[in-house]
Design a protein. Structure first.
Length: 267
């Protein structure tokens, strides 16, 4: 009887294990594909424990035309000063109008940011998405975003300031005030309430939401991106979806004709 060399037996075992791994991987992929075929509405895997799930962007845009939501926008572009928190804290602590200060470039909108703010208002108007109450963070760039987008600010709330301006002595109070604001802010019939503020104000408080917090775990929305929030009859908050950029909302809400609009420049 011939004895197989030890290294040959090891090679055979490794080959067998590699083959088994390939078979297992193919089986798992096949099962996952079949599950997608059986349930095409199921969201693709995201690595998040609870979703995210929600209406498709164009369907949500249609729903927004009926009103009843909170549209939480991140402000337009600002210059990225590393020391911006110091200037934000100074503005909020003193009540100074930062747009008239020497540090306005740190905390207020750039020329691009001002155009982006105006485009927020134009996008909602073209998309026939009605706006009711307009609220803003007291930080310069958020105030300017609301004013340029809608021509008004109906209420301003310190609780909407971004979380780095807080510290352990007041962070919980700011969080509680934010929750109360979102639960109580008026939503006028047939309109959506708009908030212009800061992205991390929501993302650092996931537990304010009874559902949909997975949308906040996807990462930052860009400047002028937004979150759509629903408030139920029990005043619980539900994150419906995020639009990472204003362009995402624009393409979902506005259906372009095949012919150029009247007045478009001709070549």
């Amino acid at each position: 009887m011939t004895t197989q060399p030890k290294h040959s037996r090891t090679q055979a075992l490794l080959a067998f294990l590699a083959g088994a791994a390939v078979v297992a991987a193919v089986a798992l992929a096949s099962r996952a594909w079949q599950e997608r075929l059986d349930n095409p509405a199921a969201p693709a895997a995201t690595g998040l424990a609870d979703g995210p799930q929600g209406p498709a962007p164009h369907e949500l845009a249609r729903m927004l035309r009926q009103g009843g939501y909170i549209l939480y926008f991140r402000h337009g572009q600002r210059q990225k000063w590393d020391s911006v928190i110091a200037f934000d804290v100074h503005e909020l602590a003193t009540g100074q109008d930062a747009s008239q200060s020497g540090y306005r470039d740190a905390v207020c909108l750039t020329p691009q940011g001002k155009e982006e703010a105006r485009m927020i208002g134009a996008t909602l108007a073209l998309g026939a998405i009605p706006v009711g109450h307009v609220a803003a963070s007291p930080v310069c760039r958020a105030r300017q975003t609301a004013q340029l987008a809608f021509g008004r600010i109906d209420s301003m709330h310190m609780a909407l300031a971004h979380t780095p301006v807080t510290n352990p002595s007041n962070a919980q109070a700011f969080k509680d005030a934010l929750g109360t604001l979102l639960r109580d802010i008026p939503i006028q019939a047939g309109t959506n309430t708009v908030i212009t503020a800061h992205e991390n104000t929501l993302r650092n408080h996931l537990d304010l939401f009874a559902s949909g917090a997975a949308w906040l775990k996807l990462g930052m929305v860009q400047e002028t991106g937004l979150f759509v929030i629903r408030r139920d009859a029990q005043r619980q908050l539900h994150m419906v979806r995020s639009f990472p950029t204003l362009g995402d909302l624009s393409s979902a809400a506005i259906t372009l004709p095949l012919e150029p609009a009247r007045g478009a420049a001709s070549r």
